[in-house]
Every structure is written in structure tokens, then in C-alpha cells.
Design a protein around this ligand. Sequence first.
Ligand code: GH3
Ligand code: MG
Ligand code: MG
Ligand code: MG
Length: 305
Amino acid sequence: MKVLVAEDDLTSRTILGAILAKWGYEVVCAVDGQQAMDILSQPDGPKLALLDWSMPVLSGIDVCRILRKDQANDSIYIIMLTAKSEKKYIVEGLNAGANDYIVKPYDNEELQARINVGKRMVEIQSELEKAKHSLIYEAMHDSLTGLYNRKAILEMLAKELSRVQRNGNILHIGMCDLDHFKLINDRYGHQTGDEILQGFARIMDSNLRDYDFIGRYGGEEFLIILPSSEININKMTCFTRLHRVIADTKIGTRSGDLTVTVSIGVTKADGKKGIDEILSEADNALYRAKNTRNAICYAEQCDAQ
Ligand code: GH3
Ligand code: MG
Ligand code: MG
Ligand code: MG
């Protein structure tokens, strides 16, 4: 684990650095408070810091205060290591956001024990962060296809709508429904059906751009959002291409290579439309596409096809 030693005195810095290295830490040194700030602000900077109090440019206590102003730095474990031994300084250091306070001259054994506490805290914090991220990921993604789930894709739609309200662009929204999907389940079994859904998601995902969105809206229904400043016709072509690529691509399953077709209802939206209105327009267009299946229909105001 990386540890920052911020200490202006060369001798103290060298001795402390050598001790920490002996204990197995990867030591990074700073000779003043500003350098300490710069190092700790790097994305992969140390999460454990030993700060001297009196240093040029910025003192250790200044570094502590500045770091604690930004919540992103909460996970940095700060130990003040200073000759200032009076109680008022200890209180000030801890109030400034230090996690621990050690008075110089320090006892090696005690220092090691306290640094180990810091290391444990940093490790626990990092595990918590990872767990939080995976919970957020799971809350937003469909476990079968890996696409956004219904809640997340609707949130994306809301976000994109407020963006087009600001920039005057438009969105194209496509509601997709696999054709005769029940037949696939009935004929090949539910697991093959699942593999088709996964294959469909893969094909769509790889045919969309980074700034497009697709989510699983329901069982075999998917919502696509194409943000754009381009003219309509390009977006229409985009849906035509997606529609074709699905029909033309074989999906490998345990029951062999299969193909599916999809029906798509497309509408467009500027910043004035609400989500309910958009979804109902796309749904109505999809309903018309289902008359023939394997088709795209456009809501009335989407004049190009
Ligand atoms: P249509 O062309 O009219 O859309 O016909 P359809 O058979 O696709 O539509 P219907 O609504 O009758 O059936 C949808 C089927 O999708 C029924 C349901 O069991 C299946 N389904 C929904 N979610 C899943 C899933 O996660 N896995 C599998 N294998 N099937 C699913
Ligand atoms: Mg000093
Ligand atoms: Mg359906
Ligand atoms: Mg269907």
C-alpha cells in the first residue's frame, strides 16, 4: 500500500521513509504541504498520509483542512505526525479532519500499530466503495442481458430530455419488441429464449454508438434512445439498419443458430414532450408495426421513413 510522507526535514523524512519501506509500504515523499496536496489529489495517489504540521507553502493542518472540504477525499486516512504535543494542537488537528495524531519523537512500535490501523481502515473503505459501485451497477442493469434495466433507461430518457430542453436538439426513441418470441420459448425452451435475448442485446449494443442508449424495458421489449443534432433522415436510417441487422444476424444458442425479427415503433422528441407522451407515441407506432411484424413504424410527426 502507498503511504505519503509529507515532511520538510530531510533527516526525519529519510528515516521515516526507510522504516515504512521496511514495514512493506510503498513510500511517496513530499517536502512541503503543496506537494502533499498534489500527490494526494492524483487519482491513484496514496490513501494513507503522514503529515508533519510545520511545513513550507502549506502546513500539514492546512492540507488536512483543504482535503476535508472535498467529500471525494474522505477516504484518505490522515495521520498528523508532529512535535506539537500540547492538547490544544491535538484537538485542533483532529478537528481539522485528521484521523489520528502522533507526537514526535514517536515510538516505532506504536507508530507501526497506528499505521496498520490506518491501512485496515483504507482497505475497509475500498471494499465498501467496490460494494457500493457493484450495488449501483446491479440496481441499474438487467442481469440477463447486461443492458440498462427499465428504471435506468427511463432515467436516461429523463436526463436526455432535460439536455435537449437546454440545447434544442432532438431525440429519437424506438420501442422494440421481438416477434413471436413466445414461439421460440415454446419450441426451443426458455433457456434458448434467454440466449436469444442475450444475443439480441449484444447485436444491438455493438451497433449503437457510445452516446446512444438501450435498455430492457420489459420481457422481450427494449427501448432505444438516439440523441442527435442531425437531421431526421439519419436517425430513421439508423433504425432501419438496426432492424435489418437483427433479421440478418444468426444468434448462437444451445438449440443451434437461430434468427429473430423485431418490430420497432419510433417517435422523436424535443424538450417539450413528456416521458408518458413519448412512450405512448412509440407504443402506438409499435402497435402498428405489429400488424405485419418484422417492421418499423413511425409516429405521425416522424415524416421521413
Ligand atoms: P409478438 O410478436 O406479438 O410480440 O409475440 P410474442 O410471442 O413475442 O409476444 P408475447 O407477449 O405473447 O410473448 C412474450 C414472451 O416473452 C412471453 C414470455 O414468456 C417471454 N419472455 C419474457 N421475458 C422472458 C425472459 O426473460 N426469458 C425468456 N426466455 N422469455 C421471456
Ligand atoms: Mg516540519
Ligand atoms: Mg411484448
Ligand atoms: Mg413480442
